[in-house]
Design a protein around this ligand. Structure first.
Ligand code: DC
Length: 230
C-alpha cells in the first residue's frame, strides 16, 4: 500500500491552481476538493434565500441559516472533474456566474462561514489522499500537509490568461478591466482579517508566469514523488 499524503495548493486568484490540482489528483487517484467552490456555494445560498440586497449582506440572517447548508462534491465522469452540490442540487454552473463572483469575497470574509467551511474541508481530508486548493489550505485547514504549494504569476499574465479564456468562449472581455479586477481580488484576499492569503513557512513557491501547463504538471508530479518516497 503506497503512503497517502495531503496536498495543499494555495495562491492568488486565476493562477491555475485548480488546473494543477485537478490534473494531479486524477493522475495519482486522489480526491480533488475545490475549496473556493464551497465559499461560492454559500454565497449562492445566501443570494437565493434573500440575505443579499444588491451587494449588501444581512450577516445575521446568513448566520442563522448556516446549519441548513450542506455542500458536497460528486465526480462527473463526462467532464472528468467533480461537480459542486448545494443541498443535493448541482450548482457547478451557477457558482461560476458574475453575480456570485462579485459577492463571494464578502461571504468568504465572515468568521462563522470560514469556521464551518474549514470543518467540512478537514472532514473531506480525514483519510488523506486529498488535493485541495484555496487560499488558506496550507496555513489553516491542513497545517500538517506533507506537500504545500504556493502558486503565483504576475497580475498581467493572469489577466492575459483570463482575457484569452473569455475570448475563446466568445464573451466580452476588456483587458484593462480584467487586470483591475485581478489586482482588486489580490488586495482583498491578502488584507482580510480572518485567514488572509499568505504563504505558509513550509510551502514551496512556484511562479508559473512562464511555464506551460505541461511543465507545471511535471514539476508538481516531481514534488509529489519526493514526498512519498520518504
Ligand atoms: O478560487 P475561487 O476564485 O473560486 O475562490 C472564490 C472566493 O473564495 C475568493 O474570493 C477567495 C475565497 N476563498 C477563500 O477565502 N478561501 C479559500 N480556501 C478558497 C477561496
Amino acid at each position: 500500500m503506497m503512503k497517502k499524503i495531503t496536498i495543499a495548493i494555495d495562491g492568488f486568484s486565476s493562477c491555475g491552481k485548480s488546473t494543477m490540482a485537478k490534473d494531479l489528483a486524477k493522475k495519482i487517484g486522489y480526491v480533488y476538493v475545490d475549496s473556493g467552490a464551497m465559499y461560492r456555494a454559500v454565497t449562492l445560498y445566501a443570494m437565493e434565500n434573500r440575505c443579499f440586497n444588491d451587494h449588501q449582506l444581512d450577516v445575521e440572517k446568513l448566520r442563522g441559516m448556516m446549519d441548513n447548508i450542506r455542500i458536497s462534491f460528486l465526480f462527473n465522469p463526462e467532464t472528468g472533474k467533480p461537480d459542486t452540490y448545494l443541498n443535493n442540487r448541482k450548482v457547478e454552473t451557477e457558482i461560476r456566474s458574475m453575480e456570485v463572483s462579485s459577492r463571494v469575497s464578502i461571504v468568504a470574509a465572515l468568521d462563522f462561514v470560514r469556521a464551518e467551511m474549514v470543518a467540512q474541508q478537514q472532514a473531506f481530508g480525514k483519510e488523506k489522499g486529498v488535493v485541495m486548493d484555496g487560499r488558506d489550505i496550507g496555513t489553516t485547514v491542513f497545517p500538517d500537509a506533507e506537500l504545500k504549494i504556493f502558486l503565483t504569476a504576475s497580475p498581467e499574465i493572469r489577466a492575459q490568461r483570463r482575457y484569452e479564456e473569455l475570448k475563446a468562449k466568445r464573451q466580452e472581455a476588456n483587458f484593462d478591466d480584467i487586470l483591475a479586477n485581478v489586482k482588486e481580488r489580490d488586495y482583498i484576499d491578502q488584507h482580510r482579517e480572518v485567514s488572509p492569503l499568505i504563504q505558509a513557512d513550509d510551502a514551496i513557491l512556484l511562479d508559473n508566469s512562464h511555464l506551460t501547463i505541461e511543465q507545471q504538471n511535471e514539476w508538481l508530479m516531481e514534488q509529489y514523488q519526493l514526498r512519498i518516497e520518504n
